[in-house]
Design a protein around this ligand. Structure first.
Ligand code: PLP
Length: 404
């Protein structure tokens, strides 16, 4: 008789967005005349930039002609895209990452959840708390996390690293040394960034202990300030201890098109074995490549016109973030993030729990955000708003909250 992977029964996560959805649906059913503004889920709203649309059209036409038709893409991605990534995202920033260290994929979510497959079952993982839930859930599915503890609201084989205002929402070294360390900067959900010297300390720590850092830089393009690393490979020695994930989702509005990549340096090793061939084998076995037309669209992001248009889009979202940040601060809220990231992380007023504040905002001003406690116990008493809405909705939402 077939049986299931029982680890799936231990997953806690999807509860967050389904509970939000249910609450909003119930509210709207009871109050059909109210216009609810959603600044909860982290999806983009601006259309794809014209230069990228042109590249898509041209690639679609190529697929319709015998001489230019393409079938399966190369397993690890087309050279034109891997070269553009290597030159623009890495070499231009002084990072020695070659095209063949880049694995093109259909997004960072798949990569940062699948990467754990190439590591042993007994690896101990460390994650920030609060955290993007995918890192924990993918390890739960693989049975690497131990039992769930209702009291600490965490898995007993996972090392949770609290990120609080006291440590600027960047984790301190844990008391036990982890094997795999997930770091995400600019951070979802807190909007925090990590300074270069602090990230260098993490790299030094990982090298000293033989740990691997899994660095999620999906929001890299939102960095506006100097001194904030765009890639972990800006740190000395990172090629010996780090894998980096990137995404075109928030950079260029590809949440629906799907494109991302992972960097695994050729010489990166764990337990004396090189990781590059393992990930190449996994990619080649379980994945048949991001579509040609989407990879051409990705390439267009690195050409002058595409680059300028994408920059404008990011500036649009960052202006939303600035509006939310300043508006809430002036209204007396304690606010974080929003400067180098599309997320604003605010402390709930009057010590309300995250869910109490969610209900309060929904009912009083019809604004939806994400309760911080849904990202981990240290997210309790915080709340996440995103800058991905339209300008009109963003302004309206902030004005409503200010009137409270
Ligand atoms: N990593 C982080 C931290 C995210 O917040 C997200 C999306 O919200 C992703 C990865 C997923 O990116 P992609 O759309 O490329 O799968």
């Amino acid at each position: 008789m077939a049986s299931i992977n029982k680890n799936y029964l231990r997953l806690q996560g999807s509860y967050l967005f389904s509970r939000i959805g249910e609450k909003v649906r119930n509210y709207q059913a009871a109050n059909p005349d109210k216009e609810v503004i959603r600044l909860g889920i982290g999806d983009v709203t601006r259309p794809i930039a014209p230069a990228i649309i042109s590249a898509l059209h041209a690639a679609v036409d190529e697929m319709g002609a015998e001489e230019t038709f393409r079938g399966y893409a190369p397993d690890l991605g087309y050279d034109f895209l891997r070269t553009a990534i290597s030159e623009n995202d890495f070499k231009a920033r002084g990072c020695d990452i070659s095209p063949d260290e880049i694995f093109v994929s259909d997004g960072a979510k798949g990569d940062c959840s699948n990467i754990q497959e190439i590591f042993g079952e007994d690896n101990r993982i460390a994650v920030c708390d609060p955290v993007y839930p995918v890192y924990v859930d993918s390890n739960v599915m693989a049975g690497r996390t131990g039992e769930y503890d209702d009291i600490t609201e965490g898995f007993n084989d996972v090392i949770y690293m609290p990120c609080t205002k006291e440590n600027d929402f960047t984790p301190d070294f844990p008391s036990e040394v982890p094997d795999l360390i997930y770091l995400c900067f600019p951070n979802n959900p807190t909007g925090a960034v990590i300074k270069k010297d602090r990230l260098q300390q993490w790299v030094d720590y990982a090298r000293k202990n033989g740990s691997i850092i899994l660095y999620d830089a999906a929001y890299e393009s939102f960095i506006t300030e100097e001194g904030i690393p765009h890639s972990i490979y800006e740190c000395e020695g990172a090629k010996e201890c780090a894998i980096e994930f990137r995404s075109f989702s928030k950079t260029a509005g590809f949440t629906g098109l799907r494109l991302g990549f992972t960097v695994i340096p050729k010489d990166l090793e764990a337990g004396g074995e090189k990781l590059w061939p393992l990930w190449a084998r996994r990619h080649g076995t379980k994945y048949n490549g991001a579509p040609y037309i989407i990879q051409r669209a990705g390439e267009a992001c690195y050409k002058p016109e595409g680059r300028a248009q994408i920059k404008e889009q990011i500036a649009y979202y960052l202006e939303n973030a600035r509006y939310i940040y300043n508006g809430l601060k002036e209204a007396g809220f304690e606010v974080y993030g929003g400067v180098n990231a599309p997320y604003i992380w605010l402390r709930t007023p009057n010590n309300m729990t995250s869910w109490e504040f969610f209900d309060y905002l929904l009912e009083k001003v019809n604004v939806v955000g994400t309760p911080g406690s849904g990202f981990g116990p240290h997210g309790e008493h915080y709340f996440r708003l995103t800058a991905f809405g339209s300008r009109e909705n963003t302004i309206a939402a902030v004005d409503r909250i200010r009137k409270l």
